[in-house]
Write a protein that binds this ligand. Sequence first.
Ligand SMILES: [Zn+2]
Length: 138
Amino acid sequence: MTVEDLQETVCPNPECEYYHRAEGKAIIKRGKYKTGHQRYYCKYCKKFFMDTIGTAVYRKHLSGEEIRLIYRLFLEKNGIRSIERITGHHRDTISRLIRETERNPKMEEYLVKQIGLTASECEKLWALLENRKRKSRK
Ligand SMILES: [Zn+2]
């Protein structure tokens, strides 16, 4: 295990004292997920997690709860403006999150494990994102 490997990895647990904090964090590698992704462990909050590098939520200053709410509202076919109104987040933040959400195993694992979406909700989300992309190309 090298220091470089863990440099970009911060605790994603909003209740943790070291949430998104690089300084003084105590994160170690602990096994792998089914998908082959590295599993991490925060010694402070004693929680396992997967890093978000390469997913839409990487380096977004949104808590897991806020991200969950945004995806849920999007799944219920709310537009960016109505999500803005409900969550109080700027529409640029929301549309960037949605735009950067790409279908890949890591993103899917994140949505299921950290956000609590079901497999069928993920399917619905990919379909909505695909629709959105098609519309914006017109
Ligand atoms: Zn933690």
